[in-house]
Design a protein around this ligand. Structure first.
Ligand SMILES: Cc1ncc(COP(=O)(O)O)c(C=O)c1O
Length: 421
């Protein structure tokens, strides 16, 4: 989706006043470009939406762990939500104080728990009873008391794509209300754990908030039973429009409808939120170049140099990302086609149907709204180098850009591999 940062100016696509064609020529394609001003704008919107509800934000690094993005958000006062030892390391590398890191995840290893506690993370979100013993051992060894929140599985099916719903009974995530009650009865077995909150995240890209409201109510019942639980973490899931004609609620409407649920909990500590997608999705574009155009069997197929290796979401979930030319061309001269990547998989279709100006090899295109769950899911499948990342920043009234991460080189793909036959 185009927005205040990413839009056409004088017929060519710009990001905060910087020509995207110029970046593509300098850096090559495929290349992710992120607008830091757009990310900070989304952060301000979210903070304003929560104005009447004391809240604390932990950005979900799984959406996009680009170092410049992490740094910008940390400098703006945001903590980081992590799901692995690698993400904790990344958050620390970006300058996040350990106390502002939340460590969550359905299958934390013992080594990851040891690392999290040695580094002094602020919170651990617990998803099964056995984790408690490992946290107890690590915290005792480190001579610390570890703040923990219990992740509730509220048995609520979120209104979203089935692949990104996480709060229904069959989901692998969280603890049932019964398991939480059992655990709380045995809490004294874990003196190094400070059980001080609940966590509930029922999915991503939640198209309407009623299931989240019911999940907050379910958490509220438990909070009332256990007064030591001082706060609730409601996770992420704030929806993002991916289509021009989207009728999704705005974040302001979404938070307003949850406000009564949150205020009646009368939490003693600020509610925690873990936005990922909402902060970064529409700040990112993936620049790609046309390789070939094939017209046969009644179909036009545009083969570009980006693929499922750089952007997995269309192949993984059938996710929709609009594709637009970097140079705006009259609508009258458009042709309907599918846009595909070079990877040897029939699912490597970036967009099954789009009307674009009749393409020529070398033309530049932008795949929109790819700032979340884009680069973080990129792989070396087909031995393809992961793409470059560029950030656009604002310095006073001026915009600038820099290469944030260089394109990989396929000669460096297999470090540490034994050369022995
Ligand atoms: C526990 C948790 N918190 C936060 C998020 C971020 O969600 P979103 O990107 O939809 O805001 C996720 C992603 O699924 C998650 O699993």
């Amino acid at each position: 989706m185009l927005n205040d940062s990413i839009h056409y100016a004088n017929g060519s696509l710009h990001c905060d006043g910087i020509s995207l064609a110029q970046i593509a020529e300098r850096i090559g394609t495929p290349c992710y470009v992120y607008s830091l001003p757009r990310i900070l704008h989304q952060l301000q919107r979210l903070k304003a939406a929560f104005q009447a509800i004391p809240s604390e934000i932990h950005y979900s690094a799984k959406a996009n762990a680009n170092l410049d993005i992490l740094r910008a958000l940390i400098q703006a006062g945001v903590g980081i939500d992590t799901v692995s030892g690698g993400e904790i390391w990344r958050a620390l590398q970006a300058g996040c104080p350990a106390a502002d890191i939340v460590f969550a995840g359905v299958g934390k290893t013992k080594a990851e728990i040891d690392y999290a506690i040695d580094e002094g993370v602020g919170w651990i979100n617990i998803e099964n009873q056995q984790e408690c013993a490992w946290i107890q051992a690590a915290a005792t060894r480190a001579g610390r008391t570890q703040r923990v929140a219990l992740r509730l599985n509220p048995a609520e099916r979120a209104a979203t794509h089935a692949a990104i719903a996480t709060g229904h009974a069959e989901a692998k995530f969280g603890l049932s209300a019964t398991s939480i009650r059992e655990l709380m009865q045995r809490a004294e077995r874990y003196p190094a754990l400070d059980f001080c909150g609940l966590h509930v995240h029922i999915g991503s890209q939640l198209s309407e908030p009623s299931a989240t409201g019911r999940a907050i109510d379910a958490a509220g019942n438990l909070l009332a039973e256990y007064p030591q639980l001082a706060t609730l973490n409601i996770g992420g899931g704030f929806p993002v429009p991916y289509r021009q004609d989207s009728e999704l609620s705005t974040v302001e409407e979404w938070v307003a409808s949850l406000q009564p649920y949150l205020l009646r909990l009368q939490l003693r500590e600020a509610v925690k939120i873990e936005p990922g997608r909402f902060l970064v999705a529409d700040a990112g574009v993936l620049l790609t170049r046309v390789l070939y155009c094939k017209r046969q069997l009644g179909q036009t197929t545009l083969i570009v140099d980006a693929s499922m290796s750089e952007l997995l979401r269309p192949a993984l979930y059938g996710a929709h990302h609009e594709i637009v030319p970097l140079n705006e061309v009259e609508k009258a001269s458009r042709e309907t086609m599918q846009v595909v990547g070079p990877v040897c998989e029939s699912t490597d279709v970036l967009l099954p149907q789009v009307a674009l100006p009749p393409p020529q090899a070398g033309d530049l295109l932008a795949i929109l709204t790819v700032g979340a769950y884009g680069m973080v899911m990129a792989s070396n499948y087909n031995a393809r180098p992961r793409p470059a990342e560029v950030v656009v920043y604002r310095n006073g009234a001026e915009s600038g850009w820099r290469l944030s991460r260089a394109r990989e080189d396929w000669r460096s793909f297999y470090p540490g591999e034994s050369q022995d036959p």
